[in-house]
Design a protein around this ligand. Structure first.
Ligand SMILES: Cc1cc2nc3c(=O)[nH]c(=O)nc-3n(C[C@H](O)[C@H](O)[C@H](O)COP(=O)(O)O)c2cc1C
Length: 168
C-alpha cells in the first residue's frame, strides 16, 4: 500500500514521530514548512503560533503541496497549539483535497489534552477513512526511546498491509 507521512513540526517532536513512522513503514515523507516560520523561541512563539491557531489561519506554505492522488494511506501529524492542530495543516488540507484515503493521525502536545486537536483533525479531513490515532507528550525530550517503541508497536498493530516502497 503506497503511503506517505505528512507533518508539521516547530520544535522537532512531530518530526521525530513522523520519521519513525516513515522508517517503520517505508512511507514517503512530506514535511510542511511555512513561508514565514513561526519563531521557535521566546514568547513570540506562543503569541504568534497561538494566535494563528485560535484564528484558524491558513499560513502560506514554503513549498507547493504535491499531488498525493497515488497514495492510499496518509499519516498526518501536527503539534497541539492552543488546544487544536497547528494551522499549517489547514493550509495543507485546503491544497491537497484529500478524499477517500485511509488516514492515521499523530499529535504531540506539552501535557494538555489532545482530544479536541484529534477531533478537529478528523473534521478537517472529512471524506476520508480514519484508521487510527496516537498521541505523545514532547517525545523528543521526554521518554524518547519509549515513544519510538510506542510508535513502532502502533504501526505493527495497524490493520493494513504495509509493503516497503522502492527507494526506502
Ligand atoms: C504556539 C504553541 C501553542 C501550544 N499550545 C499547547 C496546548 O494548547 N496544549 C499543549 O498540551 N501543548 C501546547 N503546546 C506545546 C506543543 O504542543 C508541544 O511542545 C509539542 O510537542 C510540539 O511539537 P513540535 O515539536 O512537533 O512542534 C504549544 C506550543 C506552541 C508553540
Amino acid at each position: 500500500m503506497k503511503s506517505i507521512v505528512v507533518f508539521y513540526s516547530l520544535e522537532g517532536n512531530c518530526k521525530l514521530i513522523g520519521q519513525t513512522i516513515a522508517k517503520a513503514t517505508g512511507a514517503d515523507v512530506l514535511e510542511l514548512k511555512l513561508e514565514k516560520p513561526v519563531p521557535d523561541k521566546g514568547p513570540l512563539k506562543y503569541i504568534s503560533g497561538g494566535h494563528s491557531a485560535l484564528k484558524k489561519m491558513t499560513p502560506k506554505l514554503a513549498e507547493p503541496v504535491p499531488n498525493l492522488s497515488d497514495y492510499e494511506l496518509i499519516f498526518v501529524g501536527a503539534p497541539v497549539w492552543a488546544g487544536t492542530f497547528a494551522p499549517a495543516l489547514r493550509t495543507f488540507a485546503a491544497k491537497a483535497h484529500l478524499e477517500n484515503k485511509l488516514m492515521c493521525f499523530f499529535t504531540c502536545c506539552g501535557g494538555g489534552s489532545t482530544e479536541k486537536c484529534l477531533a478537529d483533525m478528523k473534521a478537517l479531513f472529512e471524506g476520508n477513512t480514519f484508521l487510527s490515532e496516537i498521541q505523545f507528550v514532547n517525545p523528543a525530550s521526554k521518554n524518547r526511546e519509549a515513544c519510538i517503541l510506542k510508535t513502532q508497536s502502533w504501526i505493527e498493530n495497524l490493520s493494513v498491509t504495509l509493503s516497503p516502497q522502492e527507494g526506502n
